[in-house]
Write a protein that binds this ligand. Structure first.
Ligand SMILES: [Mg+2]
Length: 279
């Protein structure tokens, strides 16, 4: 992964769920919007609180939506959670045999492996986990809840990838990671540290990766809007996800710096404000 200095283009930070796709369905005009931003000399970085998919799963979904991207263009809450845990180690890599209970999808497992952790599905007093990471996954059930809560209760560090209560599916809102985390926190008797947007771990990862973020695009004011504040950049709200049309979150009053129906409508505004012609 490239650090700051490798690429000094202004970076448009762009959420995925509710901006580029809803569930399995690409949002019309999103791919053309990304192209327009790139054509204006801007780099587009995709920042997602969805921790379930591996990097290549996300890149394949982007490709299916008509957007080419490389691993350097993607930051996930799974990576933020693993980086938060790895920050304990001076080298950024865990000591050998450091077990982390992953109550989460393959994206979290991949990110933990990337920092040298050993992802496990359960812990015992003989083989305790040093941390429990909870993220969105469809196979969450009573047994996984029991094992995660046991780990939390026995003193493991408790990290949530994110607390989004829902996320936009193709036909409506689906329960989000926050709903799963709430179950583990209730049964485990402790509140988690949170890694994803709008929390500092994700902001630290974005700052480490990109030199010059200029705007944050998202569909959820409570996470994406707050994350824009954390990054110190303006918020660009699209109404193709949970705010506005779906009505779960109101459009803030006063409204953010940019508001558009979708990324296709937003892109020319951002290209004009931050693109080559505006320099
Ligand atoms: Mg979203």
């Amino acid at each position: 992964m490239s650090g700051p200095g490798a690429d000094n283009r202004p970076v448009v930070c762009c959420d995925l769920d509710g901006v580029v796709w809803r569930g399995e369905t690409p949002i019309e005009g999103a791919a053309a919007g990304v192209e327009q931003l790139r054509g204006a000399g801007l780099r587009v970085a995709f920042l997602t609180n969805n921790s379930s998919g591996r990097v290549r799963d996300n890149l394949e979904r982007l490709a299916a939506a008509g957007v080419t991207a490389s691993p350097d263009d993607l930051v996930t809450s799974a990576q933020a959670a693993a980086a938060l845990l790895a920050a304990e180690y001076p080298s950024g890599r865990a000591a050998p045999d450091t077990r982390v209970l992953a109550c989460a999808g393959p994206g979290v497992v991949e990110a933990l492996l990337g920092h040298g952790f050993e992802p496990v599905e359960s812990s015992t007093s003989e083989l305790p986990a040093t941390a429990v990471v909870v993220g969105w996954h469809r196979t969450f059930d009573f047994e996984r809840l029991r094992r995660a809560a046991d780990g939390v209760r026995s003193g493991a560090r408790f990290v949530a990838t994110n607390l989004d209560p829902t996320y936009p599916g193709t036909d409506g809102l689906l329960p989000g990671a926050g709903a799963l985390v709430a179950a583990v926190a209730t049964a485990g008797g402790r509140r988690p540290e949170v890694a994803g947007k709008p929390e500092p771990a994700m902001a630290a990862l974005v700052r480490a990766r990109y030199e010059n973020p200029v705007v944050m695009i998202g569909d959820r004011p409570s996470t994406d809007g707050a994350f824009a504040v954390a990054l110190g950049v303006p918020f660009a709200l699209v109404l193709s996800g949970v705010a506005g049309t779906a009505g779960e979150e109101p459009v803030p009053d006063p409204p953010p710096a940019f508001v558009a129906r979708d990324l296709g409508e937003l892109a020319p505004k951002l290209a004009g404000a931050f693109g080559r012609a505006s320099q």
